[in-house]
Design a protein around this ligand. Sequence first.
Ligand SMILES: [Zn+2]
Length: 254
Amino acid sequence: MNIVEEAFSRLFPEAAFTYAAHLRYSGRFKPYNATVRKAGSALYFNLSRSWKGTSDEIVIGLIQHLLVKILRKEKFFLAAAKNSAKGKIVSLNMQLYDDFIKGISEVAEVDDGGSDERLESSFNRVNEKYFFSLIEKPNLQWGSGSFRKLASYDYHTNAVIVSSLFSDAPEHLLDYLVYHELLHKKLKFSSSGNGRAVHHSSEFRALEQNFDGSNTIEDELNAFIRGMTFFRKRSIKNRSFKRAFNWRKLLLLR
Ligand SMILES: [Zn+2]
């Protein structure tokens, strides 16, 4: 039995494995990334090379997360979910995987010379003001100039990534994005059990309110993005332009 089939049968002991599984390790991925694709009855798993050498029990958890994601509409999935506690598909391996990911964010290498000065100052301000300087410095990076994903925290590489749209933004807007992402680093995530991790818990939302001026800051962010959109209007495609005007979506910080 290959590892995909093993992962499957532990998750769905009642169901028959009727797929052709392909598993490939790739050096082109960021550390500990992985994707899955389904074409007919074939499942294609692409795992970052860094997964090689990780315990099979954890890799099984990873594959189970991917299986839950890609098979959620299958009949046997719905039947299994119906019969499980709270209608959720979870396993010991999936919990092991979650703990592993939380763990690697703590030990991922931090590139000390690599941070941009503005991001670094923002991190220091926010850490001092809101976290008693107790947060260890993560990797700090500018991302692409995305209008949709303003900022994110990558557990796999322990990196706070901020859209380069904000490279000249007012300090407090940048700080707010960094604050939000540091909350992710601090609180991590919990498993909802339906294949989705809960990143913005009620605790998270409550702490988010601690930021100075948090009640008006999302309006300010919108106004800032609107301004950027105006200046970039000619250079961005019509579709992303319309998308950028979908204010609601902009508020979905990742
Ligand atoms: Zn978030």
